[in-house]
Design a protein around this ligand. Structure first.
Ligand SMILES: Nc1nc2c(c(=O)[nH]1)N[C@H]1C(S)=C(S)[C@@H](COP(=O)(O)O)O[C@H]1N2
Ligand SMILES: [Mo]
Length: 442
């Protein structure tokens, strides 16, 4: 099993990301003076370097792509990434996979930019394998506390007014191995049961209203998938009434991928992935929680007093530094842009702090816009590595004021025997040779 190679060579390609706002403010002549003259000098001073051009054959000898005829138009077929990007892949975690159908493939967070997960890199979690279902045969039934039980075809659903929204989806078991003190090596395996897409679909409330739902008596919805896992989850009406819950067929501008529920899945913003029922075939409106197998046996949190915490579906505020992160290697001392992702199942990310000394001191990171509710937010912070061992961490705060806990704070409340809902601060140790490792600070 080879873990992802370092991706840090990319840093040299994006100098506009290197602007240090603190240096800007302190620069002689203020902001403008800094931009005019001092910017390049400041970067050199922080250790950011460009290669010397002298004798570089990549400049002196014209490559074939500058002199020859290029490839013909890719008239047919679906576009693919460059062959040089072949190591950017979803991967199964060594030691975690039991059976191929009840498994997980993790998204390569360390190799991604911005906030959107390309559909081919979206994590997968199946309880009984995936299917490529014929959409002409797929049906969605609405029943329970409704005046007119209804059955929709895909064509009928796609005639209705749709919305498109960016949201993250995170499996409740993401970062679960850290509960067991297993410091898995890369952020792909610690945090890669996380993805973010633009989803397109019909608000579930629209369908319920069409079916004449009894909105007084109807307090909970049961959502059921068409695969053999009998995946059924209870969704409270409060989430549905807000219009946020979608019956979605679109993902990043095209139909859902088969692995992600084609042709129809539930989108439940802010709530753990298991409630995002794939291959959605039935919605039942009821007056109490259904207590299905995946709500009673799985996705419950074993608390220190031996009881289980149930219906703990909201993915609390969390963040992770994706560069530098475990498995990467810093090439040299000097300038780096620390970057990562932050999110909250309760709303928007308000602030992200970054520490490069194991949590003693914190600096506020830049948030890249747009900052959307229940969506990934990209943060970054300028940093000069002095070659000493360093522990890098990030701490997110959401617009409810909730602060992402340390590992010790989380364990104080939740004990140590959980599997799910680990949103603790992640620590990456940079060793003197530049190798980055997962460390669990107490
Ligand atoms: N029908 C069905 N829906 C399902 C599942 C499943 O196995 N079958 N897995 C759930 C779990 S546990 C998660 S985390 C998400 C994963 O969605 P993804 O595979 O699109 O990443 O789907 C959920 N919906
Ligand atoms: Mo999950």
């Amino acid at each position: 099993m080879s873990f992802d190679a370092t991706r840090l060579g990319r840093l040299a390609r994006a100098p506009e990301n290197f602007i240090d706002t603190r240096a800007l403010a302190q620069a002689p002549g203020g902001r403008r003076g800094f931009i005019r003259g001092a910017f390049a000098a400041a970067l050199v001073a922080t250790g950011a370097r460009a290669m010397a051009a002298d004798g570089d054959p990549n400049i002196l000898q014209l490559p074939e792509h500058s002199t020859g005829l290029g490839n013909p138009v890719a008239q047919e077929g679906y576009g693919k990434p460059s062959k040089y990007e072949a190591n950017v892949q979803r991967r199964q975690s060594p030691g975690l996979t039991q059976t191929k159908q009840a498994s997980v493939s993790f998204a390569p967070l360390q190799s991604m930019f911005g906030i959107v997960t390309p559909s081919g890199l979206h994590f997968e979690r199946h309880h009984q394998g995936w299917w490529d279902i014929d959409p002409s045969k797929h049906r969605l039934m609405l029943n329970g506390l409704v005046r007119r039980p209804m059955v929709f075809t895909m064509d009928e659903l796609m005639r209705l007014p749709a919305v498109s929204r960016f949201h993250f989806i995170e499996c409740g078991a993401n970062t679960g191995m850290e509960w067991g003190n297993v410091a898995v090596p890369t952020c792909q395996y610690t945090h890669g049961m996380l993805s973010c897409s633009e989803f397109t679909g019909v608000p579930l409330i629209t369908l319920l209203e069409m079916a004449g739902a009894d909105l007084k008596a109807g307090k909970f919805v049961l959502a059921e998938g068409a695969d053999g896992s009998s995946m059924t989850r209870t969704i409270p009406m409060s989430l549905i009434l807000s219009g946020e819950v979608l019956v979605a067929y679109g993902q990043n501008g095209e139909m859902l991928r088969p692995e992600n529920g084609y042709p129809l899945r539930l989108v439940v913003p802010g709530i753990q992935g298991v409630s995002w029922i794939k291959y959605l075939r039935r919605i039942e409106l009821g007056d109490k929680p259904y207590g299905t197998k995946d709500e009673v046996l799985h996705y419950v949190d074993l608390m220190p007093d031996g009881t289980h915490r149930q219906y703990s579906g909201i993915q609390e505020c969390k963040s992770v530094v994706t560069t530098p992160s475990g498995g990467q290697t810093l090439l040299d001392k000097g300038f780096y842009s620390i970057t990562g992702l932050a999110w909250s199942g309760r709303g928007k990310v308000k602030r992200v702090d970054v520490s490069v000394d194991g949590g003693r001191n914190w600096r506020t990171a830049r948030l890249e816009s747009p900052v959307l509710g229940k969506c990934l937010t990209r943060f970054s912070m300028d940093w000069v590595w002095n070659g000493q061992p360093t522990v890098i961490q990030s701490r997110a705060i959401d617009d409810t004021g909730y602060v992402q806990p340390t590992r010790a704070q989380l364990r104080e409340v939740r004990g140590t025997r959980s599997i799910y809902h680990n949103n603790a601060i992640q620590s990456w140790l940079v060793e003197p040779g530049g190798e980055v490792k997962n460390v669990q600070l107490t």
